[in-house]
Design a protein around this ligand. Structure first.
Ligand code: EPZ
Length: 426
């Protein structure tokens, strides 16, 4: 296994190009299963998770070809309806093949994802939605076996929690159901909008884009897609936070500032100058004089979009260890998303967890000390990278396969910004 080695204390300066969004590309790839033909997805990031999803689609009979950031998927002939445990356990987004397979073939057998570091990650809303559309779902041997004799029937569905992949799964299934489906309390993340745009481009009839109520009028068939994956707002947020945490200044390009309303506001409240164009965001300090770089502690509470994103909670906490006072981080989405705290403690951070809240007493800019730490999940590992970049001395991060799930060309992009970072064998 490899580790990431960081020599901290160097301000990040310059421009970084943001890749396509992992959490948009995965549902778009799943949606190609809805209809036979050769689909074209553009701006697809080359990540561990997208490569895993391609393997899953090929297991189902899909032919794939990647040309640069364009992914061609030929879904003409599907030879299986089963998503096996060895694939699903490494990537819970595999559950997204459930809805499209039942809608197109009337059958799907998908391994239950099992838990992960950040929580139990149940899929009861996915199953409830399919059953409301008329499918019979049996849980057997760690698999959910869904059957719909004939086509799915439109219905009214209410999500207790605005589940992102739950909304995506049922939205995809409803496009081919007979009659009208209404999804109430649907998730509104930008990745849902990207999926709605793709499905409408394939001939689906969907109203309510961007709202928490989606109305889908079922159609008999769809045609192959040609669509573009939106920029990764979490990658963009991660680099913005890293630039600020190291006392640097820089611009993220090929991104969507309107997809990061809460983070940009929190950075401004912390004292950072944030400027936007339609596809870029620049962050800089009011003064280049390090002795005047004082970061204000700012509280965050993670919420469904457009609230503060849970996927940027760990990164913001790393930033707040650099503040000159203190703040509180509240995690309301997942039950165990403070795994980075123990590792930040090893770098000298002063953080106290109390249930779903963590109080951060800042140590000022450059106050952390590099140390060997361990990545536990995707976003926790990016938090450790930020802390290592900001800390004095050397940080070594083990189990970096977590990072490679969601950040394309991370070492190259950080090096281009002036970071001293490289991989070594553990
Ligand atoms: C998506 O996960 C993202 N993954 C996550 O990103 C993200 O953290 C999460 O949404 C919240 O924004 C992808 O899009 C592939 P949820 P998802 O269903 O859909 C509970 C990353 O780092 N729930 O919105 O699995 C659930 O336990 C990943 O890129 C149920 O109880 O999240 C959680 O508490 C991590 N039953 C809450 O709802 C269900 O059937 C929100 O989960 C489904 C969810």
């Amino acid at each position: 296994m490899e580790k990431l080695v960081i020599e901290g204390g160097h301000p990040l300066v310059g421009e970084v190009v943001i890749s396509g969004a992992k959490n948009a590309a995965l549902p778009l790839m799943a949606a190609t299963l809805l209809t036979p033909g050769r689909h074209c997805l553009r701006n697809v990031p080359d990540l561990r998770d997208t490569r895993t999803f391609i393997r899953l689609l090929e297991h189902l009979g899909v032919k794939s070809e990647r040309v640069g950031d364009i992914l061609y998927l030929d879904t003409t002939t599907l030879t299986s309806v089963e998503a096996p445990y060895d694939l699903v356990k490494t990537m819970r987004a595999s559950v997204l093949v459930l809805g499209p397979l039942v809608a197109r073939l009337g059958r799907a057998k998908v391994s239950l994802p099992g838990g992960c570091a950040i929580g139990a990650r149940p899929i009861d809303f996915h199953i409830m939605g399919l059953e409301r559309l008329g499918a019979i779902c049996n849980l057997d041997g760690g698999y959910v076996d869904a059957n719909s004799s004939g086509s799915l029937q439109g219905n009214v569905i209410y999500f207790d929690i605005p589940s992102v992949t739950g909304t995506e799964n049922i939205l995809m299934a409803a496009t081919l159901a007979t009659g009208e489906t209404v999804l109430n309390n649907a998730a509104k993340e930008p990745e849902i909008g990207n999926l709605v745009d793709m499905l409408v481009g394939m001939g689906a009839k969907i109203e309510g884009r961007g709202t928490d109520t989606l109305t889908i009028h079922g159609v008999d068939e769809l045609h192959p897609a040609d669509c573009v994956v939106i920029p990764d707002r979490i990658e963009a947020g991660t680099y913005l936070i890293a630039i600020v945490a190291t006392g640097g200044h820089g611009t993220v390009t090929h991104c969507r500032p309107d997809h990061l309303p809460s983070l940009l506001e929190k950075l401004r409240m912390a004292g950072v100058l944030v400027t936007e164009t339609k596809d870029s965001i620049t962050v800089e300090w009011p003064s280049a004089d390090k002795t005047e770089m004082k970061l204000k502690g700012v509280d965050i509470t993670t919420m469904p979009y457009p609230g503060y994103p849970t996927d940027l909670q760990a990164q913001f906490m790393a930033l707040m260890t650099q503040c000159s006072d203190s703040c509180v981080v509240n995690e309301t989405i997942f039950e165990n998303r403070f795994m980075h705290v123990a590792e930040l403690h090893r770098m000298g951070a002063n953080i106290r967890i109390d249930g779903h809240s963590a109080r951060v007493d800042g140590c000022g800019m450059g106050g952390l000390k590099g140390a060997p730490v361990m990545a536990t999940d995707l976003r926790a590992s990016s938090s450790l990278v930020i802390a290592g970049l900001a800390a004095a001395g050397r940080t070594e991060i083990s189990r970096i396969y977590h990072l490679e799930r969601g950040y394309e060309n991370l070492v190259d992009k950080l090096t281009k910004l002036g970071a001293k970072v490289w991989k070594e064998d553990e």
